[in-house]
Design a protein around this ligand. Structure first.
Ligand SMILES: [Mg+2]
Length: 166
């Protein structure tokens, strides 16, 4: 990698975030990008928006998902970020994604801001946001509805948080 280390992490789950489990998205059209146990459908407009945000300066995109890396990389475009880092799940107490995220943050101390989007954050977000804040991290945690994934308003909020612009 060239240049100074990036300081903003954009951490994304797959199911219930990029892939609405109902096959319906508030972004409209969905397209099939491959098979992972069942056909995987994603909204191209959401995928493009995420790819744009991930390409912003100072933003390091990463996947945090129970999907195997090879399954994710086998998805066809417009599935975003085949080359983004995938945070490895580590066995630990409690929710494996939380321990994995913490281990990853410990290995990446240059991260000062964290956007984390996972439908499983529903109910967990306030506790985890408070804990991250106590450690001095500026954190935005979003929990989309599993059935529909991220919405245009989630993207607006994320974009505003990342850029300071609406
Ligand atoms: Mg999920």
């Amino acid at each position: 990698m060239y240049g100074p280390p990036v300081s903003i992490a954009l951490v994304l789950d797959v199911d219930g975030v990029v892939c609405p489990t109902s096959g319906l998205s508030p972004f409209g059209e969905v397209v099939e990008v491959g098979v992972a146990l069942r056909p995987v459908q994603v909204p191209p407009l959401l995928c493009a928006a995420l790819a744009d945000l991930a390409a912003l300066p100072d933003v390091a995109p990463a996947w945090l998902t129970s999907w195997l890396p090879q399954t994710r990389r086998a998805m066809r475009p417009p599935f975003p970020g085949p080359e983004w880092e995938q945070i490895e799940l580590e066995p630990g107490e409690g929710w494996p994604k939380w321990s994995a995220l913490n281990a990853w943050l410990a290995r990446n101390p240059e991260i000062t801001r964290l956007a984390w989007i996972d439908d499983d954050l529903a109910g967990r977000a306030p506790v985890h946001a408070e804990e991250l804040g106590r450690r001095g991290l500026d954190a935005l945690l979003l929990a989309p509805t599993t059935d529909y994934g991220m919405t245009p308003s989630d993207i607006s909020r994320l974009k505003h948080w990342l850029t300071g612009h609406p």
